[in-house]
Ligand binder design. Structure first.
Ligand code: ATP
Ligand code: MG
Length: 270
């Protein structure tokens, strides 16, 4: 079977939209140790997008998310965030802009030995002075605000518990609460439900999509579960071998696109 046909990008088809894109990848290519991980990527993320990034392991999903949040600079091409070219910014300007891009990592990136409130307050670190951040470790600051975001994610009673005493699903909620504290315009989530059972997965997807729908944020989420992508997202981008194979509304996705996205190549060693 031949690889999937490239399709008209959904971003191109909505060029009449009055919204400016929040994030833009223009002609991006990136490789590691001489091996191409992403090639020729053009992608625009708009306010209100609920975009699922799907594709087989190694397709480049996490790399693409790292380019979108500016933690990785591409070998070629341009990354625009909120209208600014990331490559043209000083480190300070880039860090300031990166506050508008919240990332939820698969491994949560929480400090397990700390109480929940400190992990939630880590979302304030871009705003707080160093003395305030250090003082907060002794006497937690902005407790009411932390309580409010923990209420939003459904675990207000856990605020003073040690993070490693929480279940995986609860820790995922703490990671989401930290991003809510950061209050970004875009939330990027790398396989946020990979380690959760089906019910917890549904709850987390519902929460993430609600938080974006209610507040006009954009959500970009990498997922292995295609059914979840179709249920919770309105736009699906398929990545294979570092290239975008399709970028279309979730309701238009067809089974042949999925099949060719995940097909094993005849010369694959798997
Ligand atoms: N830091 C790195 N150093 C070297 N190679 C890397 C690095 N990060 C990613 N790669 C390579 O880039 C390619 C894309 O990796 P990436 O992690 O983006 O894939 P993915 O789609 O997120 O996969 P998965 O579904 O398994 O998480 C892979 O071939 C991977 O080995
Ligand atoms: Mg990944």
């Amino acid at each position: 079977m031949s690889p999937p046909e490239p399709q008209l990008s959904i971003s191109q088809s909505r060029s009449s939209s009055k919204d400016e894109p929040l994030l833009v990848l223009k002609q991006i290519s990136h490789g590691f140790d001489g091996q191409a991980a992403l090639q020729n990527i053009n992608l625009q993320i708009y306010p209100g997008d609920r975009l699922a990034l799907v594709g087989p392991s190694g397709a480049g999903k996490s790399t693409l998310l790292r380019l979108l949040n500016g933690s990785l600079a591409p070998n070629q091409g341009q990354v625009m965030a909120l209208g600014r070219d990331l490559a043209q910014l000083s480190n300070r300007q880039r860090r300031k802009l990166q506050r508008q891009i919240g990332t939820i990592y698969q491994q949560f990136n929480l400090i397990n030995s700390l109480r929940v409130i400190h992990n939630v307050n880590a979302g304030n670190l871009g705003r707080w002075s160093l003395p305030k951040a250090l003082f907060s470790l002794a006497i937690p600051q902005e407790v009411a605000a932390a309580q409010a975001v923990l209420t939003q994610v459904g675990i207000p009673e856990k605020i003073f518990e040690r993070t490693d005493q929480l279940s995986g699903g609860q820790q995922q909620r703490v990671a989401i609460a930290r991003v809510l504290t950061q209050n970004p315009q875009v939330i990027l989530a790398d396989e946020p439900i990979a380690s959760l059972d089906p019910e917890r997965s549904r709850e987390i997807m519902e929460l993430l999509t609600q938080l974006c729908t209610q507040q006009g944020r954009a959500l970009v989420v990498s997922l292995h579960d295609l059914e979840m992508a179709k249920v919770w997202c309105d736009r699906i981008v398929g990545l294979r071998n570092g290239e975008i194979c399709f970028d279309c509304p979730a309701i238009e996705i067809r089974s042949h696109q999925i099949k060719s996205l995940y097909q094993i190549e005849p010369n694959s060693s798997i």
